[in-house]
Design a protein around this ligand. Structure first.
Ligand code: PMT
Length: 397
């Protein structure tokens, strides 16, 4: 954490006293910590405590402007490598979800482009309340990371989930986030995304429900982490991710050609695209005319791109996806073996919030030895980062 600039947001809960220990651990580990407190937080712990621990003045109000040369909340927002809010009350979580900006912390949260880690702390029933859960889901979709509260005796007398994670656990989560910074520098990675479109005639086609969101999230996170990323994408409505070379394709045959040509130059290939297994066997140059009775369309197999890569790989790390609706683990592991993959990411697309066109996903990642990890419903960016952690560890190994 040496030299990392961390903004520690402290909000008004009894766990604010634990934030003092967190602040102390952060400064001891070499981080440059600036503490921003809400007014309610100052009811629990004085700003002087955090000033002494961080060796910097503590700000609370948006109009605290100690340096006339800069606007304080923008300056803090711009210079942060990470914002940690610990403890985060239900009120602060709601303000972040709705974009309110009535104090220093909430204002800088709108202005910052840094990564955010939130450690909620509240009463067990407040934590379980659907509104709080919904607000947290909104923030997770936006890419905020969370350290789950622990279970046990709460200050309010209840026993249950709501106690802020211990400072050591929050330090561990921060370390994991920093480990991701530029950890894929030098890695050449090809990612596929989106559906393929198989034309029947000039106006009709067969396709699937893939939006491209999963593959774009992988490409975006990999590029942020320093990888040199090529994204071979079927038709989507998504904006190209920053610092990624996008190669647009339409059909499975196009995707096969573009991926095959670039394969020898890659260290890693991640195939999140939903590639059609079949295309219409013949393409009519003219629009097919409506006729009485049924229409039978004959289909031909498309090339299995991933299986071909698996047959011809020369040290590249190959990651496939498996979109399943039943016997997910069996089907996914079978694909891993048949296509000679290093990892397969299985998603059960029959579940809500999982798979096609959602902003979230839930996956199980397998290697030849079996299950590596299972990830609950979270933003596709968070899934992408967790997958890239596995890829990085395999590359390091
Ligand atoms: O795009 P989103 O809306 O975000 O949705 C994400 C997703 C559900 C598309 C994604 O998470 C996912 O599961 N992608 C793979 C979908 C799929 O086609 O799975 P499959 O089980 O049919 O194929 C297995 C693997 O082989 C995939 O990596 C696929 O890219 C690859 N394949 C399949 C057929 C083929 N002809 N060539 C291939 O390379």
């Amino acid at each position: 954490m040496q030299g990392k600039r961390i903004v520690l947001g402290v909000t008004g809960g009894i766990a604010a006293f634990k934030a003092a220990a967190l602040c102390s651990k952060l400064t001891q580990s070499g981080a440059r910590v600036r503490v921003v407190m809400t007014r309610s937080a100052t009811e629990f712990v004085t700003p002087l405590t955090f000033q002494a621990l961080s060796q910097h003045e503590v700000t609370t109000e948006v109009f605290d402007e100690p340096n006339p040369e800069v606007i304080a909340h923008i300056d803090l927002a711009d210079h942060a490598d990470l914002v940690v809010i610990a403890p985060a009350t239900a009120h602060t979580i709601a303000k972040l979800a709705y974009g309110l900006a009535d104090d220093m912390l909430s204002s800088l949260m709108l202005a910052t482009r840094a990564e955010v880690l939130i450690a909620p702390a509240m009463n067990v029933h407040m934590y379980a309340h659907p509104t709080v859960q919904q607000n947290m889901a909104t923030l997770k979709k936006r890419g905020y990371a969370f350290v789950e509260p622990g279970e046990g005796q709460l200050a309010c007398g209840y026993v249950g989930k709501g106690r802020m994670a211990e400072p050591e656990e929050i330090m561990q989560a921060i370390a994991t986030m920093f480990k991701r910074t530029r950890d894929l520098t030098g890695c050449r990675m090809l990612v596929t995304a989106g559906p393929t479109v198989e034309a029947l005639d000039p106006v009709r086609f067969f396709s699937n429900r893939s939006s491209g969101k999963m593959g774009y999230a992988i490409a975006e996170q990999a590029a942020k982490r320093g990888a040199d990323v090529v994204l071979v994408s079927g038709p989507t409505h998504l904006a190209p991710p920053a610092d990624v070379t996008v190669v647009p394709v339409t059909s499975a045959e196009d995707m096969y050609r573009e991926v095959r040509a670039r394969f020898p130059d890659q260290d890693v290939v991640i195939k999140a695209a939903a590639v059609a297994d079949y295309r219409p066997a013949t393409y009519s140059e003219h629009k097919l005319k409506k006729q009485d009775g049924e229409l039978t369309v004959k289909f031909a197999r498309t090339p299995d791109i991933l299986a071909e890569l698996g047959r011809t790989k020369e040290g590249q790390l190959l990651v496939g996806f498996a979109a399943e609706t039943n016997d997910v683990a069996t089907h996914a592991q079978d694909k891993l073996k048949r296509k000679n993959l290093d990892l397969i990411v299985a998603n059960d697309v029959s579940k809500p919030g999982v798979g096609f066109a959602t902003d979230t996903n839930a996956v199980s990642i397998y290697n030849a030895g079996g299950l590596v990890t299972s990830l609950p419903v979270m933003s596709k960016a968070a899934i992408a980062d967790a997958l890239l952690d596995e890829v990085r560890d395999m590359l390091d190994g």
